[in-house]
Write a protein that binds this ligand. Structure first.
Ligand code: NAD
Ligand code: ZN
Length: 350
């Protein structure tokens, strides 16, 4: 098989040939049709996350071992199966749930493998889908596409799933005004999902007018370009001068997190999702006085993925795929994402 692998931080990905995996027991080999290119692949390629103040969290300290094949938004057909696999046949079109856990910790025991203490996620801690074949450890991580377009379905495994989980959290206080920061792969899914599952008026924020234009088409009621120094006041005035009930920050860097807090009204809810990183100071007293909730959201569980796949099948959600690359173009795909040239999601079709 042929895979585009990260061999070390910031080094060009290498396209290498290796033996096709032979599935044992519950394992399934997928012939990859499409794999989404996520900003998290860029963090993996860069070697870690910005902690602020010149500090850096290395992915190798979190258990990543290079070389690794990235790609956690994997769609393909069943190619080969271990002897225990049931319910699947060769050629079935499937989406892969990549957020695999240990199966033993408290999170795994209640079905939240995405929050596992010792994660084994595909495309991060194990080889993923920037490859023509991918080995999935258990058939329970598969979901049949049943008519969903393969390129579109990739988004359901991460960008859609993460946005779904984050928007559900932002909806806990039944927001009248919901601010979505970042109109990239995750944020544009967030806008569509918020339109579908909340009653909120949606205000979308980004630095890029073309992305904001798409956010409007996806259902944002208002858009604000945060290059404008008056962004915070603009948002508060849209929210009847009271501020937003909820903010979902799909960037989560100091300028966006500060913006999020500054526009929150009393009883407001801030959901931090992006991994752009950095650090910031908080005015502690405002948190109890305004009774603000600040929470993180990390991907979602298998059941959420299946629910979202269903919403996509019904046409409620329509993932935006604007660019397609071959496996040999994996470096270009990541460079283009870094240079903010991708609208919505790009996929690699091996
Ligand atoms: P993307 O590159 O597709 O989109 C990022 C968007 O943010 C772009 O539209 C860009 O213009 C905008 N942006 C960047 N800086 C900004 C700023 N200062 N103000 C306003 N807008 C700004 O990325 P993506 O694939 O959507 O991922 C977004 C982030 O979420 C990444 O850090 C990624 O690693 C992370 N992520 C988190 C989870 C999770 O479970 N928490 C899951 C997947 C991805
Ligand atoms: Zn992702």
């Amino acid at each position: 098989m042929k895979s585009a692998r990260i061999i070390g931080p910031n080094e060009p990905l290498e396209v290498v040939e290796s033996e096709n995996p032979t599935p044992q027991d519950n394992q399934v080999v997928i012939k990859v049709k499409a794999v989404g290119v996520c900003h998290s692949d860029l963090h993996l390629w860069e070697g870690g996350y910005d902690l602020g103040d010149g500090q850096f969290m290395k992915v190798t300290d979190r258990g990543v071992k290079y070389p690794v094949t990235p790609g956690h938004e994997i769609v393909g057909t069943v190619e080969d199966m271990g002897s225990n696999v049931s319910g699947y046949s060769k050629g079935d079109e499937v989406l892969v749930y990549p957020w695999i856990g240990c199966g033993e910790c408290p999170a795994c025991k209640v079905g939240n493998e995405n929050l596992c203490d010792a994660p084994k996620s595909l495309g991060v801690f194990q080889d993923g889908g920037y490859s023509d074949y991918a080995l999935v450890p258990h058939y329970k991580y598969l979901a049949k596409l049943d008519g969903v377009n393969p390129d579109s379905a990739t988004s359901i495994a991460c960008s859609g799933l993460t946005a779904y989980n984050a928007i559900k959290k932002s909806n806990m206080n039944s927001p009248e005004f919901l601010v979505i920061i970042g109109a990239g792969g995750l944020g544009l899914m967030g806008v569509q999902i918020a339109k579908a599952i909340t009653k909120a008026k949606i205000i979308c924020v980004d630095l890029d007018d073309s992305k904001l234009e798409t956010a409007k088409e996806m259902g944002a009621d208002f858009v604000v370009n945060s290059k404008d120094p008056e962004t915070s006041q603009k948002i508060i005035s849209i929210c009847n001068d009271k501020g937003a009930d909820s903010v979902v920050d799909f960037v989560n860097a100091p300028p966006t997190a500060k913006l999020g807090i500054s526009v929150l009204r009393k009883r407001g809810n801030l959901v931090l999702v992006g991994l752009f990183g950095g650090s910031m100071e908080l005015s502690l007293v405002t948190i109890p006085l305004k009774s603000i909730t600040i929470q993180g959201a990390y991907t979602g569980n298998y059941n959420d993925m299946v629910e979202l796949l269903d919403l996509t099948r019904k046409g409620t959600i329509n993932p935006i795929i604007t660019k397609r690359y071959t496996l040999d173009e994996a470096n270009t795909a990541l460079e283009d994402l870094k240079a903010r040239k991708i609208l919505g999601r790009a996929v690699i079709n091996p």
